[in-house]
Design a protein around this ligand. Structure first.
Ligand SMILES: [Zn+2]
Length: 172
């Protein structure tokens, strides 16, 4: 899928929220999956619904989940420089995502992910039960993986969590 196609399969409300997050964080990590069926993704990126896209004037399938690479360089918005992401950049971006309607985790090698990435879910749109369960895990401080372990890399603060819960419950 091209970058443009990946963007098309993000719900327009989620795309607006992501644009805000990019501007506020001054960072645009590279999107590597939206709607898709990558082997390692266990079905989490399958279709959640469709939305009427104003640009192409038809209904388009979306997935509420977005994967961002942390291996490829991120774009710094202010000067378009390529930034190599370290733990600090990842935590900063996770924080800003949490203020813009996204729950997100850093998926790392120690958890069995060969391709390290950020797995984010925009909670302001309807989603399939599989993703709903992950969001509930996140709100309980868990990692959203098979064994539902405590998330240890980063946690949103209580205020952000409360707002995410309200947004999620309004749409799911
Ligand atoms: Zn993912």
């Amino acid at each position: 899928m091209t970058h443009t196609e990946m963007l098309l399969h993000i719900h327009e409300n989620a795309l607006m929220a992501l644009t805000d997050a990019n501007e506020q964080s001054n960072l645009a990590p590279r999107i590597v999956q939206t709607l898709g069926d990558a082997k390692d993704s266990g079905g989490f990126h399958l279709r959640d619904g469709s939305y009427l896209n104003g640009l192409v004037k038809r209904n388009v399938d979306y997935c509420a989940a977005i994967d961002f690479s942390v291996i490829q360089k991120a774009r710094r918005i202010s000067d378009q420089a390529g930034i190599t992401m370290d733990a600090g950049h990842i935590k900063w971006f996770l924080h800003i995502l949490s203020l813009n309607g996204f729950v997100a985790w850093y998926r790392r090698k120690s958890q069995g992910f060969a391709g390290e990435h950020i797995h984010a879910i925009y909670v302001g749109v309807p989603m399939k039960p599989q993703l709903q369960r992950q969001v509930k895990d996140y709100l309980a401080g868990l990692d959203g993986l098979a064994h539902h372990r405590q998330e240890t890399f980063w946690r949103a603060d209580d205020t952000a969590d409360a707002a995410l819960r309200v947004l999620f419950e309004k749409h799911n």
